[in-house]
Ligand binder design. Sequence first.
Ligand code: NDP
Ligand code: 8X3
Length: 252
Amino acid sequence: MKGTILITGATSGFGKACARRFAEADWQLILTGRRKDRLDALQEELQGKTSVHSFELDVRHQESVMTGLMRLPEKFSDVDVLVNNAGLALGLEPAAEADLSDWNAMVDTNIKGLMYCTRAILPGMVERNQGHVVNIGSIAGDWPYPGGNAYGATKAFVKQFSRNLRADLSGTAIRVTNIEPGLAETEFSVVRFKGDAEKASKVYEGTQPITAQDIADMIYWVVDLPSHININRLEVMPVCQTWGPFAIHRDI
Ligand code: NDP
Ligand code: 8X3
């Protein structure tokens, strides 16, 4: 067994692919998410290959995160890699029309949830002077786009929090990486458009987006590098995606 990896949001997309990728490479897994049926199915699928501990965890709930992650079964208690993956975008409306409950949910999940998980796991890593925190940011944290308002801002938080973690961890062997994917086909857009699968599929129409497997391979690569190497940020787009020009509205 190579080590223990804890993945938040393992029921779908990047998190699920990451669980499969690390299981193949003989890592034992702690898998969390809100949908228990999916966790059970994934545990069933992977436990022939490796040891798996899965449990329902909503990262928005500070108390559940602190108790759930600080009281892991002994066999799983030394977490070597934390993948802060649980997250979501809700809505694509301009700021003046956005739903405040969507903004709250994104802040609670993408920012506060990620902070709670990090704060629960980091002391053990510091004590053992070993570990790697892999945060899943986004190109939306670097580059603005219409309707990206609060979502992009939560991912900008993830970027700066990742850098500041590295600053705090100076002198330790603990690594921190922020992976910033662009267009990637998962359940992300179905969630963003609140179950409208047709609208979601249009996002990827005629493109060759990043896959969940691509991101899982990148997570594996940053973790598997020699221990003196820290990838700070990994900004990744599919070849079909690039920047537009600055928008200039004339005759206002
Ligand atoms: P998916 O919707 O496929 O997966 C999101 C995962 O997050 C699910 O497993 C979901 O599990 C979990 N999750 C959401 N809310 C919570 C919560 N409150 N508590 C615990 N788990 C939660 O999308 P992706 O795989 O694409 O997204 C993974 C991460 O990647 C997110 O942080 C997203 O912002 C980021 N990202 C996605 C990109 C894309 O284009 N797909 C690009 C850049 C970044 P459950 O519902 O069971 O709780
Ligand atoms: C997801 C990528 O460009 O839809 O974080 O915001 S994007």
